[in-house]
Design a protein around this ligand. Structure first.
Ligand code: AMP
Ligand code: GLY
Length: 415
């Protein structure tokens, strides 16, 4: 029986831990650092997800058989490289391969070189040059900070003032750190998340999901890390699916090998179905959050075997339930801007509620501890049924400082 360590402490890691807890091969699960929900299924150890040396030391001392690394920040500092060097099996890409997510310019250059369809773009490090470029091009325009910014480094500017403010934040005030900006052509159409297990040249698709990036109903408000998700996707035809797999995901995996940065782990294509075809909005080097929380509950195969197959170079067995899942994020009021923490939460005991940002306070209460706090998932024979059930589950949660969207998945079933 195997001992598994999951690195991270959000809803994605809670869903991974939940899936591992159903494996017949796994005897013990640890999480670093985990959260209050994960603690019900795993032993949480107080190690930060980016503390490479402590993660390696813990895995060695405990005789861990498999480490699954969730967050981009941990991948970007090389947790997987360090574990591999120590002879410990780890699921996730190396630091070099994580660049597909951590550097927008690396991803754009790869797509340009290998003819992978994406929005036209230019990269700038000088504020005045960037502003001059925006002035002579049409609006809306898309400004992306060239680094990790927890889903908040992208501004779709509809006015020159908005673009100017974002460029000042990113290039003059270094709001996300000192860096560059990618300015992109604005694309339109429904977005979807295509996560694939990748083992160098080999690509094994997971079921698709759709995230809802905007903070409020009807896709209003600022971009967030994601406010809700559902799976599978009725608007994706077989032709769309084949195109996304054969013209985007497989060529990208092959391009990474060709460029000397082979990828092993989950390659996440953030794709858009535009009138001119499917195009890449972004790549991530990991499971999406909250997509994972609606996709993994539909996986019927043993996830431990799936992870080990990818690591060992074998074909994983992927069997899916044909139910629909919808999940709704409960976020702290103010998110994605400033918010307060430590509000008491009641009624969040269901196994279908994943914890994204919670902790147990000094008095033993479950309290809010992040921007995105909880994720309520429901299953149904249709999206409509799953949406109704998910909203009921949300209503059972009592907390004074949370808000949520009520229209997750609605566009897919409301005519
Ligand atoms: P990203 O972090 O690159 O996925 O961007 C966050 C969100 O900004 C996306 O999910 C889209 O909703 C929006 N976005 C990014 N790039 C574009 C684009 N080129 N055109 C239109 N919207 C975009
Ligand atoms: N849900 C979007 C992401 O994981 O980046």
């Amino acid at each position: 029986m195997a001992k598994v360590l999951v690195v991270g402490g959000g809803g994605r890691e809670h869903a991974i831990v939940h899936a591992l807890s159903k494996s017949s091969k796994v005897s013990e699960i640890y999480a670093a650092p985990g959260n209050a929900g994960i603690a019900k299924l795993a032993t949480c150890v107080n190690i930060k997800d980016t503390n490479v040396s402590n993660i390696v030391a813990f895995a060695k001392a405990e005789g861990i058989d498999l480490v699954v690394v969730g967050p981009e920040a941990a991948l970007a500092v090389g947790v997987v490289d360090a574990l591999n060097e120590a002879g410990i099996k780890a699921f996730g890409p190396t630091k070099a391969a994580t660049q597909i997510e951590s550097s927008k310019s690396f991803a754009k250059e790869l797509m340009a070189k290998y003819n992978i369809p994406t929005a036209g773009y230019r990269t700038f490090s000088d504020y005045n040059e960037a502003l001059a470029y925006v002035k002579v091009n049409s609006l809306p325009t898309v400004l992306k900070y060239d680094g990790l910014a927890a889903g908040k480094g992208v501004v779709v500017a509809t006015t020159l003032e908005m673009a100017d403010e974002a460029l000042k934040d990113m290039l003059l005030d270094d709001k996300f750190g000192h860096g560059r900006v990618v300015i992109e052509e604005y694309l339109e159409g429904p977005e979807f998340s295509f996560m694939c297990l990748v083992d160098n040249n080999k690509v094994y698709p997971l079921e698709m999901a759709q995230d809802h990036k905007r903070a409020y109903d009807n896709d209003m408000g600022p971009n967030t890390g994601g406010m809700g998700a559902y799976s599978p996707l009725p608007f994706i035809t077989e032709e769309d699916y084949n195109y996304a797999l054969n013209e985007i995901m497989i060529p990208t995996a092959k391009a990474m090998v060709d460029m000397g940065v082979p990828f092993k782990g989950v390659l996440y294509g953030g794709l858009m179905k535009t009138k001119k075809g499917i195009k890449v909005i972004e790549f991530n080097a990991r499971f999406g959050d909250p997509e994972t929380e609606v996709v993994l509950p539909r996986l019927e195969s043993d996830i431990y075997d799936v992870f080990m197959s990818i690591i060992d170079g074998n074909e994983p067995l992927l069997r899916w339930s044909d139910c629909y899942t919808i999940g709704i994020v409960l976020a702290s009021k103010g998110y994605p801007g400033d918010y307060e923490k430590e509000f008491v939460i009641e009624g969040a005991d269901s196994d279908d509620i994943y914890h994204m940002g919670t902790k147990i306070d000094d008095k033993g209460n479950l309290v809010t501890n992040g921007g995105r706090v909880l994720f309520a998932v429901a299953h149904g024979a249709s999206l409509e049924e799953a949406n109704k059930k998910a909203n009921l589950l949300v209503d059972s949660i009592k907390c004074d400082n949370l808000f949520h969207r009520t229209d997750i998945g609605a566009k897919a079933y409301k005519k």
